[in-house]
Write a protein that binds this ligand. Structure first.
Ligand SMILES: Nc1ncnc2c1ncn2[C@@H]1O[C@H](COP(=O)(O)OP(=O)(O)OP(=O)(O)O)[C@@H](O)[C@H]1O
Ligand SMILES: [Mg+2]
Length: 300
């Protein structure tokens, strides 16, 4: 059996107007494979064809050219969708249902037994952190809560393959961290995940491989670590060095024929700082940081 869960070959999509005249070439001869058990990221600027690709995979759109096989079936075979979970870009959930009722509704669509529905929705509501809000109608949910219930809905049928369209859009950094952890957990459970996003940090943190689309064409594909590592440089990180020590180190490096390109204090990412600040603030309410002072990972 092939270890490719998705096989896309020369896939093109032209959106046509009412009269059949072509309007936009959204996807141009895309070919790529997604392997079983990986987290695959589709990146690209607005309008580059990410959502179009996901919809073609689900058979919600028909391709203008090319073929897609997904879980061993052609994309237009709707039966395969029972093994797929999908979080769309925009929420389409019923605003007057609460979280329990929403998952109950989708569980019924997948013909799950009553006991199975109960068990699975209870587990998922806890997993996405909505236990406190499970009896509130979705129309009262914040953006982040809506994204969470969307993910729970996408997982109700315990899918083998999960397609996530902008999973972290509208989430605050804590929500983003949770979402990324939930995505990593799906991979640990052996599921295959395809997500699209233009939030690069999110993609970098979770994806094993990525493809970058630009105006419907594949520009770059590969392993994230390999794409980002530069093999002709070495980075050293030490505790603070005195001027004298820096002079010595430079001397030694010179002996080995190496150039010093940069000596500075490392900066952490804004995401790190934000998460540490929130954790510290939760741990010690009322604490304020002096200008220039930062919460450290030890204090958080
Ligand atoms: N239903 C449609 N009818 C006509 N054109 C469409 C339709 N849906 C998408 N397009 C066009 O196809 C192109 C690709 O759109 P798509 O939604 O796939 O982009 P995307 O990469 O998901 O962008 P974003 O990051 O903004 O979500 C765009 O030029 C868009 O205008
Ligand atoms: Mg999109």
């Amino acid at each position: 059996m092939s270890d490719s869960v998705i096989e896309i070959r020369n896939l093109s999509k032209v959106y046509r107007d009412f009269w059949g005249r072509s309007k936009v070439k959204a996807l141009n001869s895309l070919s790529l494979d997604v392997k079983r058990g990986e987290i695959f990221g589709l990146l690209g600027p607005n309008g580059s064809g990410k959502t179009t690709t996901l919809k073609l995979l689900l058979g919600l759109l028909f391709p203008s050219e090319g073929q897609v096989r997904i879980l061993g079936q052609p994309a237009h075979d709707v039966e395969k969708n029972e093994r797929i979970g999908y979080l769309p870009e925009e929420s389409y959930l019923y605003r007057f249902l609460n979280a329990d009722e929403t998952l109950e509704f989708y569980g019924r669509l997948f013909k799950m037994s009553k006991a199975e529905r109960r068990k699975r929705s209870d587990e998922l509501i806890k997993r996405v952190g909505l236990d406190q809000a499970r009896r509130r109608q979705l129309k009262e949910y914040s953006k982040g809560m809506t994204r969470r219930i969307g993910l729970a809905q996408a997982l109700i049928n315990d899918p083998e393959l999960v397609l996530l369209d902008e999973p972290t859009s509208g989430l605050d950094p804590l929500g983003t961290r949770d979402m990324k952890d939930m995505i990593l957990k799906l991979r640990d459970e052996g599921k295959t995940v395809v997500m699209c996003s233009h939030l690069l940090a999110d993609v970098q943190d979770v994806c094993d491989r990525i493809a970058i689309l630009f105006r419907g064409e594949l520009k770059v594909i590969g392993n994230v670590q390999e794409l980002l590592s530069s093999n002709d440089e070495t980075q050293l990180l030490t505790s603070t060095l005195s001027e004298e020590a820096i002079r010595d180190v430079k001397e030694t490096l010179k002996k080995h024929g190496a150039d010093v390109k940069n000596i500075s204090h490392p900066t952490s990412t804004l995401e790190d700082l934000f998460l540490r600040t929130v954790a510290e603030s939760e741990a010690r309410p009322g604490r304020r940081f002096e200008p220039g002072e930062r919460p450290t990972s030890e204090s958080a």
